[in-house]
Design a binder for this molecule. Structure first.
Ligand code: GCU
Length: 647
């Protein structure tokens, strides 16, 4: 039985799967071979496309053959074309589904010329989105923590929303870019959310059922204190037998409800969440206890490495938040169970527009690692600004192997909500799509992924050149008008939107720039600073150690330098700050003009939404420019050598 394609609720944007994208497949004679649930998903897709575009499911003379030779869980597929016939072969339904969407991506090109059989297989087995969705509206964080796209797709006001057709449509979009796992609730697990693990697991099971036909396994964020808050035990000590038994029982019941459940995501001993430290145990003890409960069922625990002191004294200049994850976890290398994956933020701080790659990624060869990216634009314009993160992620993903060590899995914090455009800013869809494609192939050219997204979303005749221009440089533009040279933050405390140069300077969060009348930046060298640079392997430790070799874009992350310090670019630090802030605003103006010129060439609702957000981006970029430039002018007394207005 073909599985019907989900029907989008009225007014919801089809994102990268508009009907037109299926024309090349839908107009052809297609043969489907194989059986199993995911083959039925493909069958439904083809049937729908053919019904719309005049093709047919046909035994004879097919132009497209989609064949699953078995029913295993492999995600690989082979695509080839000979004698006027395009063939996708996979050893199971999962691979076939990805092969089908690959054909959709190729469009007409999939049906032209000859194509040598080519195997496609994902570089990492798990490509997960973490939703920071609360079940109940949180008094400070709202329905979705750091969410900029409306409410949650899964939850509203303390309950499952039950809009499973929309969840299905979401699963379809994710499958089409290669994502295969979703964690459905916030890593900060409040009381209502905690209950999803036990008496409310049925609500999670409904979501899992909607996502399953698209090859997506569901995961749950759980609280380490669950044995106490849900089980009535007196302790959550990971070495206590009653605690282990409680987790084993709770986990077995989860698997009764969701047989292909993926596992747990845990934020422990981090920003106030409970964890093993309370019992004098290590994070390996904590993670392994949960891994033990999941192992009999084939599940995995994702244990987050985001552990640091968020109650720092800003007067204490020896404590460095950037060091924390490495200091906590590297001594535990080799002590994690095989199904415990350490989930590491890509940088040592917190998803700033520019950070070095976390040194942890190179330093735990005996531990399974997942790199965590942030699609939700917490510090990158909150989906009011265009900021396509593809180039940044690509740099991060290429750095790992270059540093002598890769990672096993990729995770991103989701940027999706119940907004009709899914991501608030319609162009932020590109971030979600790019994450999926990079997770499948971390060495892919991000620019090519961007073009693929543009082609699917705006159609083969869309204004591809203009859209590429608007998005491609947008991350660097954002960097230019915000915190300079890797120093980070300078955002408004709490909500993290808009400039506040000293917003976190005297705070307990460990996020400082140390600007004074002579200079700016954080000395993280081994010789005179916090020693963070020494956490890297050769050659990076040496490269970052000295201001002479440290890359310009990270200079203030690693060093405190005088305003007159000359960068590799030839400019002084102070002049760089002035120049980039003027340039950043000018680039926003230019991008905005390009977008305005597309009126009539892109769908009106999308055009209007983006145009409106550009107004806000420009307002905010000017605010950033003027606050940052004035701040540094006032601190340093050095005028802009080009005489522009600094207040
Ligand atoms: C950031 C973010 C929090 C989030 C945390 C995390 O600090 O501001 O909202 O909970 O990251 O990754 O756990």
């Amino acid at each position: 039985m073909p599985l019907p394609v989900p029907v989008l609720p009225d007014g919801v944007d089809p994102a990268w799967l508009p009907e037109e994208a299926f024309r090349p497949v839908g107009g052809r004679r297609v043969l489907i071979r194989g059986s199993g649930p995911l083959v039925e998903t493909v069958h439904g897709e083809v049937a729908e496309a053919c019904a719309r575009f005049g093709g047919a499911l046909a035994e004879d003379d097919p132009e497209l053959v989609l064949e699953a030779t078995g029913d295993d869980g492999s995600e690989a597929f082979t695509l080839g074309r000979r004698d006027g016939r395009t063939t996708v072969t996979a050893s199971g339904g999962r691979g076939l589904l990805y092969g089908f969407f690959h054909v959709v991506r190729l469009g007409e090109a999939a049906f032209q010329g000859e194509r040598r059989a080519e195997e496609h297989r994902p570089a990492s087995a798990l490509r997960m989105l973490d939703h920071w969705d609360n079940v109940a509206v949180h008094p400070v964080m709202g329905q979705v923590e750091r969410g900029y796209a409306g409410g949650s797709l899964f939850w509203a006001d303390g309950r499952a929303r039950g809009e499973l057709e929309r969840v299905r449509a979401y699963g379809r979009l994710l499958a089409a870019c290669g994502i295969n796992a979703v964690a459905v609730n916030n890593v900060n697990v409040h009381e209502t959310e905690a209950r999803l693990l036990t008496d409310r697991i049925g609500e999670v099971a409904d979501i899992a059922a909607a996502l399953r036909p698209y090859g997506i396994r569901t995961q749950l964020s759980v609280t380490f204190a669950a044995p106490i808050v849900l089980g009535g035990l007196e302790t959550a000590d990971p070495l206590d037998d009653s605690v282990r038994r409680w987790w084993a029982g709770a986990t077995a019941r989860v698997y009764e409800a969701i047989p292909d459940f993926g596992g747990y995501v845990v934020k422990a001993d981090s920003e106030g969440q409970p964890g093993p430290f309370a019992y004098g145990r290590t994070h390996a003890d904590g993670a392994n206890m949960l891994a033990g409960a999941l192992a009999p069922h084939g599940g995995t625990v994702h244990w987050r490495a985001f552990v640091y002191d968020h109650r720092q004294d800003w007067r204490d200049r020896t404590t460095d938040r950037a060091r924390a994850a490495y200091d906590h976890f590297v001594p535990l290398d080799g002590r994690f169970a095989p199904n415990a994956v350490l989930q590491v933020k890509h940088g040592p701080m917190d998803f700033q527009v520019r950070e070095p790659v976390s040194p942890l990624i190179g330093a735990m060869p005996h531990t399974a690692l997942a790199v965590e990216l942030q699609a939700t634009q917490e510090y990158t314009g909150q989906q009011r600004h265009v900021c396509w993160l593809g180039p940044m992620w690509s740099e991060v993903l290429r750095f790992g192997p270059a540093a002598g060590r890769g990672f096993e899995e990729l995770v991103a914090v989701s940027n999706v909500g119940d907004d009709p455009f899914w991501t608030g800013h319609p162009l932020a869809q590109a971030n979600l799509y790019t994450f999926g494609r990079l997770a499948w192939r971390p060495d892919a050219d991000p620019g090519a992924i961007l073009d693929e997204w543009i082609g699917l979303t705006f159609g083969a005749d869309g204004p591809a050149k203009e859209l590429h221009a608007v998005l491609d440089g947008s991350w660097r533009t954002y960097e230019k008008y915000t915190a300079p040279l890797g120093v980070g933050f300078m955002v408004q405390p709490g909500h993290h939107y808009g400039p506040s140069v000293d917003g976190y300077e005297y705070s307990p969060w460990g996020t400082y720039h140390f600007a004074d009348r002579d200079g700016v930046g954080v000395d993280r060298s081994s010789a005179t600073g916090t020693g963070y640079a020494g956490q890297y392997a050769t050659p990076w430790a040496e490269t970052y150690e000295s201001p002479g070799t440290c890359p310009d874009e990270l200079l203030l992350f690693f060093h405190h330098v005088p305003y007159g310090h000359v960068l590799k670019s030839g400019r002084t630090v102070i002049q760089h700050i002035y120049d980039t802030h003027f340039e950043g605003v000018a680039e926003v103006e230019a991008a905005m003009a390009v977008w305005a010129s597309l009126k009539g060439r892109v769908e009106p609702a999308r055009h209007a939404r983006v145009a409106e957000r550009y107004e806000e981006q420009l307002r905010c970029a000017r605010e950033w420019r003027d606050q940052v430039n004035s701040y540094f002018f006032r601190k340093s007394g050095v005028p802009d050598e080009r005489g522009r207005t600094v207040y």
